[in-house]
Design a binder for this molecule. Structure first.
Ligand code: 4AD
Ligand code: MG
Length: 434
């Protein structure tokens, strides 16, 4: 059997009327009669219905059709046809197939499976339609993030994973051995990006971060990816402007380029279409007023819980900034508001639809003595931060930045209800397999 040109399902539009070979896996099978049989093939790039019709295909294809099972790896031969009713707009008038590798008793069947079962079979679950769509959206988001910063001349500077100290508090640190020493897995690349920002002006880092969060929520992963820009001379306001332009760019690019996937995920994109232009900004105290009306038990000065974030965001049809959180609930590196020493020049961006905090950031403390004092107040060892303090000794300038959790962004844009599906192999509290 001579192979015709091997093409991808996503390229079928260029091969109408041509004989081709598709290589992929059996997604679905239907035999309506002895004379006509349907095979839905997936090849990673898309799905294509392949039709075997007696008289138009080899007899052996109909006779051996029963050998095909869900996820059998196959080559399918046939002629590409335009078919507006079929999902991708094309189908294959198939002549024959060749089994490359069998698949016996594939565990994930069209029936409902429990979450635990699916998570245990994550390596296979990834092949399902919805999971396939989510990871494609994720890939688009990653590219949109990079594009946003690259066209603005930001320099991508990677930051280390092994670090000697905490960035986001000591309670979620992962400790590990570093030869004869201790090290911690990075919670954020921020401190290092502050150093590279002093070398390049505008920088970003994008990599995995780790937090030993001992809680099971739909927003927390143990290992997640964060994109973190840092800009010399930017103040809190510049920082919020950068963040709103960034989030708008990412959302608009995804709804333009991944419309098919968002349809599979049944995401209402009319809401996402609204995510552009200026986002509302609330002072922490204004946000507290809103929260107290629906949660009278909320204590002034406390950090927001997930339900509080949902209360605030439900009042807006765009993501909303909350800024000037009390300094007591924020990290050591946050700059104090010169007009109010109880407040920090911090900002969080809360997503729409109850997805909660998407971005955390703010203006950094740039005064040497104040920063040293803060490090001590937070019971951190100044020795661990000698290099970080140096940045305040040699030409210190105002600077700001933020971090967006990639998985939070994926969950929000795709509309899924748990971050565990926003990354191929999630690490969760109580789960690090497969
Ligand atoms: O608010 P966070 O802790 O801020 C920082 O790490 C700063 N150093 C970032 C910066 O200014 N460069 O985390 C930033 C974002 C959150 O808004 C959230 O989107 C995400 O990271 N995030 C998590 N995502 C998934 N699982 C977790 N456990 C997360 N913790 C934070
Ligand atoms: Mg935060």
């Amino acid at each position: 059997m001579s192979d015709k040109k091997r093409v991808y399902v996503s390229d079928l539009k260029d091969y109408v009327g041509k004989e081709v070979t598709l290589s992929g896996w059996v997604y679905n099978l239907r035999a309506s009669s002895k004379k006509i049989k349907f095979l839905v093939l997936r090849d990673g790039s898309g799905m294509c219905q392949c039709i075997y019709f007696k008289g138009e295909c080899e007899d052996s294809a109909l006779e051996n059709f029963g050998e095909l099972t869900q996820e059998t790896a196959v080559k399918v031969f046939g002629t590409v046809k335009e078919e507006p009713r079929s999902p991708g707009g094309y189908e294959l008038s198939a002549t024959s197939f060749e089994i490359l590798s069998p698949s016996v008793d594939y565990p994930i069947t069209p029936k409902e499976h429990g979450t635990d079962f699916l998570m245990n079979h994550r390596h296979l679950w990834l092949r399902s339609k919805k999971q396939h769509a989510i990871l494609r959206v994720r890939s688009e988001i990653v590219n949109a993030c990079r594009e946003f910063f690259e066209v603005r001349d930001f320099v991508m500077c990677d930051t280390p994973i092994f670090t000697p100290s905490a960035c986001e508090g000591t309670s979620t640190l992962f400790e590990t051995q570093y030869f004869d020493d201790k090290a911690y897995l990075s919670q954020s690349g921020q401190l290092y990006s502050e150093a590279t920002a002093m070398a390049h002006g505008k920088v970003y880092n994008f990599g995995p971060t780790f937090r030993a969060e001992k809680s099971k929520t739909r927003r927390h992963l143990i290992e997640f990816w964060m994109i973190e820009p840092e800009v010399a001379f930017n103040d809190l306001n510049d920082n919020m402007e950068l963040a709103e332009d960034f989030v708008s760019h990412v959302v608009q690019r995804v709804i333009k380029n991944k419309a098919e996937e968002l349809k599979v995920l049944e995401r209402d994109t009319t809401k996402l279409a609204n995510v552009k232009g200026k986002f509302p900004r609330l002072h922490y105290k204004e946000a507290v007023e809103i929260i107290k009306k629906e949660n009278p038990g909320f204590i002034d000065g406390d950090d927001f819980g997930a339900p509080d974030e949902t209360i605030v965001s439900s009042h807006f049809d765009k993501p909303v900034f909350v800024h000037n959180y009390p300094k007591a609930i924020k990290a050591f590196y946050m700059k104090e508001d010169p007009n109010n020493s109880d407040e920090s020049l911090s900002c969080d961006l809360l997503a729409t639809d109850g997805y909660g905090e998407l971005i955390g950031g703010g203006q950094r403390e740039d005064d040497y003595l104040t920063l040293l004092q803060k490090i001590k107040e937070h019971e951190l060892d100044p020795k661990d931060f000698d290099w970080y303090l140096d940045l305040r000794k040699y030409g210190s300038v105002p600077h700001s930045g933020f971090g967006m959790g990639l998985e939070r962004c994926v969950a929000w844009i795709t509309g899924i209800n748990h971050v565990r599906e926003s990354i191929a192999f999630p690490r969760l509290y109580g789960r690090n397999r497969p």
